[in-house]
Design a protein around this ligand. Structure first.
Ligand SMILES: Nc1ncnc2c1ncn2[C@@H]1O[C@H](COP(=O)(O)OP(=O)(O)O)[C@@H](O)[C@H]1O
Ligand SMILES: [Mg+2]
Length: 257
């Protein structure tokens, strides 16, 4: 069902303990995330973007405020939230397929179901042909696609992506963006993605959140629909028009604080 509320964050504050004063990374963040949102988070380096993602993932606990998923507090990481980081951190001793099968296996699914799920997501990221290879033989973009398939294989309620294409070359990044857009459109996933690339955010997101510098809070949100209205059939890229350029400038001004 579209627009179902998945995540509700109220007044979220995160302080990291240090030897001296605690570092306040997030300051009173409010955020609601609904089914099929594609949220892109932009903000200056060190403003608390990863901290926000880590709270949603269950890796970091709030110092103050609340974070609820489906109305319940979250005690730690679980398969409801799939995470992909900038570097793929795959299990190097397992084949590509075994990496993707890992989640369904832990879930205790029957062997035939594990195979079916892994094949489905490997096909979705165009990696069936390298399924039996170890990850070290793959390019950076392929590794990120394995990481994506591994996260998707848990069929999470939300996918959390922390600068997932940040280390890739420009062309591979565009291919990855097209792939993620297609998966999001086909499967109606809910995505929360951090990026430092305003064009990436504008061409993929439905909601763009701009954060202040540290301690981070959400200073502005934009609803966008460039991903729906203007994909070039041949290049697969968003058509850049006057609206797009104006919004791009506005966001760059906001980030450049
Ligand atoms: N484990 C930690 N201990 C202390 N300070 C941290 C820790 N993790 C992050 N920080 C600090 O919190 C702030 C936000 O960090 P982070 O969420 O990683 O920002 P971003 O992802 O936007 O670059 C930064 O000032 C960073 O130095
Ligand atoms: Mg970060």
């Amino acid at each position: 069902m579209n627009n179902e509320l998945i995540i509700e964050i109220d007044n979220l504050t995160v302080d990291y303990p240090t030897d001296n004063e605690p570092v306040r990374a997030l300051d009173r963040v409010d955020l609601k995330i609904c089914q099929h949102d594609f949220i892109c988070v932009l903000g200056p380096s060190g403003c608390g973007k990863s901290t926000l993602l880590n709270v949603i993932a269950g890796f970091t606990q709030p110092s103050d405020g609340t974070f609820l998923m489906h109305g319940q507090p979250v005690a730690g990481p679980d398969r409801q939230r799939g995470v992909v980081f900038q570097s793929a951190s795959l299990y190097p001793w397992m084949s590509v397929r075994k990496n993707v099968e890992f989640g369904p296996k832990i879930k205790g699914l029957p062997a035939t179901e594990i195979t079916r799920i892994a094949s489905h997501y490997l096909e979705q990221v165009h990696l069936l042909e390298v399924a039996d290879q170890p990850p070290f033989q793959l390019s950076g973009g392929m590794k990120q696609r394995v990481a994506l398939a591994r996260a998707l294989a848990n069929e999470p309620a939300i996918l959390l992506l922390d600068e997932p294409f940040g280390a890739l070359d420009a062309l591979t990044r565009i291919h990855m963006q097209q792939l993620v857009r297609k998966i999001w459109q086909q499967d109606q996933n809910t995505i929360f993605m951090i990026t430092h690339d305003v064009d990436e955010a504008l061409s993929l997101g439905t909601r763009l959140l701009v954060m202040s510098k540290c301690p981070g809070t959400i200073i502005q949100e934009f609803s966008v629909d460039f991903c729906d209205r203007a994909i070039d059939e041949h290049t697969g890229r968003v058509h850049v028009d006057a609206d797009y350029l104006a919004l791009r400038e506005e966001i760059l001004d906001l980030i450049d604080v």
